[in-house]
Design a protein around this ligand. Structure first.
Ligand SMILES: [Zn+2]
Length: 411
C-alpha cells in the first residue's frame, strides 16, 4: 500500500514535470485575422506545445510576444510550389543538378526561404526527393513548411487507362498526398488538351478510389472541362478559362488555383536565366508575355464567378521562392478580389482543399499553432502579407524580427 502511494506520487511529479517543461506561449495582438474571414481585436493566442490552446478575448495576462500594431493571421498555404526548382552555380536554371546531395540542398534552401515568407504549408506538384524533405521537416530538424507532395506526375504518356490506374496505386503505396496530372500542354506550347478523356477518368477515378486528391494542370477550356467531367478535384493555372468552365468548376465544387501574380512575372524578370533551356525559347517567352494580360482578364472573371472556390497557389519555380505572397497581392490588385477573401483563399480555404481544414489554416483552439505576424493591416493594405516579421509553425518560433526590418518580397 505504502509503495503504491509512493509510486503515485512519483507519477504525479513526473507528469507535473512534463507540463512544467512546456510553458504556454502567449501572443498578444491588437488585430487577429482568424483565417475564416473574422477579425478579432485585442486578443491573446495561447499556444501549448504544437497547438493553439485558447484564443483569449479578454486580452488579459502577460504576453510572451506582444506584436502590438502588427496583424496576426494563420501561416499561409501555397497549394502549388516547386521547392526543388533552382538556379545552379552559374546562375542559370538547372533542371537537374550534378548530384542528389545538391538537389536536396537546393530544396532545403527553398523550404527555408518559403517558411521565412510566412508560408507554413506548401503542396508540391512533385519530385521524388520531396518524400525525404517532407519527413525531415516534419521531424522538426529542418526549417521549412509542412509539405504535401505528388512525388511524380501523370501525363498523356502515362499509358492506357489500366496502366494509369496501376500508377495511381503505386503513388499511394509510395506515400503521395495528391496526384498531379497534366491534362494540357504548357502555356509555352499553347496549352491545348493532351490526355484523353479516358486517361483522365482513369487517373481521377482511381485516385478517388484510393482516397487521394487530384490536381490537374489545365490551360484550355476543353482540358478544364474534360478534367472536371472526369471527377478531378482541382484545376491549376487555367490561363484560358472562360465563363463556361469557371461556372462549371463552381457548380461541381472544384477548386481553382489560377497562378497570375508570381510565375509569369518571375520568368520574365529572370528571362536570361531560363532562355535556351527546353521550351524556354523566344516563342515560349512570347506566349508567357501574352499570358500576363490574358491572366489579368481571367482572374477578374474568376473572382466574379459566384461560388467558385479560388485557392492560393503560385506555381513558384526557380527565382520565385519567398515571393509567394505576391500572388495574394496581385489577386487583389488585378482580380479585384476583396483582401479578406484573398487571405481566406491562402488560409482556411487552402486548408480545406488539402483536406486539412480541421488542422491548419484557422486560428482557433485545437488547431496547429501555425501563425504569422505581418507589418500592417492586410485588410486595408494587402501588401502587408509580403512583410512577415514573425513566423511560428507547430508552436515553434522560426522568425521574429522588428517591424520595419522587412522590405516586402521584392528585391
Ligand atoms: Zn507547376
Amino acid at each position: 500500500m505504502r509503495m503504491k502511494l509512493t509510486f503515485l506520487v512519483v507519477l504525479a511529479a513526473l507528469s507535473a514535470g512534463v507540463v512544467a517543461q512546456e510553458p504556454a506561449i502567449r501572443i498578444h495582438a491588437a488585430t487577429v485575422l482568424d483565417g475564416t474571414g473574422k477579425v478579432l481585436r485585442n486578443v491573446t493566442i495561447v499556444v501549448q506545445g504544437s497547438k493553439i490552446a485558447a484564443v483569449d478575448a479578454t486580452g488579459a495576462g502577460p504576453a510572451t510576444y506582444d506584436v502590438g500594431r502588427l496583424a496576426v493571421m494563420p501561416g499561409m498555404i501555397d497549394v502549388h510550389a516547386h521547392l526543388g526548382w533552382h538556379f545552379g552555380a552559374d546562375g542559370r536554371y538547372e533542371p537537374r543538378s550534378a548530384s542528389p546531395a545538391q538537389e536536396i540542398l537546393y530544396s532545403a534552401a527553398n523550404s527555408y526561404v518559403t517558411l521565412m515568407a510566412g508560408f507554413t504549408t506548401i503542396q508540391s506538384p512533385g519530385q521524388a526527393n520531396d518524400v525525404e524533405l517532407r519527413s525531415a521537416i516534419a521531424r522538426g530538424v529542418l526549417p521549412g513548411p509542412r509539405i504535401l507532395t505528388s512525388i511524380r506526375q501523370l501525363n498523356e504518356g502515362s499509358g492506357t487507362p489500366d496502366e494509369i490506374r496501376d500508377k495511381v496505386r503505386k503513388l499511394k503505396a509510395d506515400g503521395a498526398d495528391v496526384v498531379k496530372i497534366f491534362a494540357s500542354k504548357s502555356i509555352r506550347d499553347g496549352g491545348g488538351q493532351t490526355m484523353t478523356d479516358e486517361q483522365l477518368a482513369a487517373a481521377c477515378g482511381e485516385a478517388k478510389a484510393q482516397g487521394l486528391r487530384t490536381m490537374v494542370h489545365a490551360h484550355s477550356p476543353e482540358s478544364i472541362k474534360a478534367s472536371v467531367n472526369a471527377g478531378c478535384l482541382q484545376i491549376e493555372h487555367g490561363v484560358f478559362a472562360n465563363d463556361d468552365v469557371l461556372k462549371l468548376m463552381a457548380a461541381k465544387g472544384v477548386y481553382f488555383d489560377p497562378n497570375i501574380g508570381v510565375v509569369l512575372q518571375n520568368y520574365l524578370r529572370n528571362k536570361p536565366k531560363f532562355l535556351g533551356i527546353g521550351n524556354y525559347n523566344e516563342e515560349g517567352f512570347a506566349y508567357m508575355e501574352k499570358g500576363l494580360a490574358i491572366n489579368a482578364a481571367m482572374i477578374k472573371k474568376a473572382v466574379a464567378t459566384p461560388g467558385l472556390k479560388l485557392v492560393l497557389g503560385t506555381d513558384a519555380v526557380a527565382g520565385a521562392h519567398g515571393h509567394n505572397a505576391d500572388e495574394i497581392v496581385e489577386r487583389v490588385k488585378q482580380g479585384n478580389q476583396k483582401p479578406m477573401d484573398a487571405i481566406v483563399s491562402a488560409t482556411s480555404l487552402a486548408a480545406e482543399s488539402l483536406r486539412l481544414e480541421k488542422t491548419i489554416g484557422t486560428l482557433a483552439p485545437g488547431y496547429e499553432a501555425d501563425l504569422i505576424a505581418v507589418d500592417g493591416d492586410p485588410t486595408s493594405d494587402i501588401t502587408a502579407v509580403t512583410r512577415v516579421v514573425f513566423v511560428m509553425k507547430g508552436g515553434k518560433v522560426y522568425k521574429h524580427v522588428a517591424a520595419g526590418a522587412t522590405h516586402g518580397s521584392h528585391e
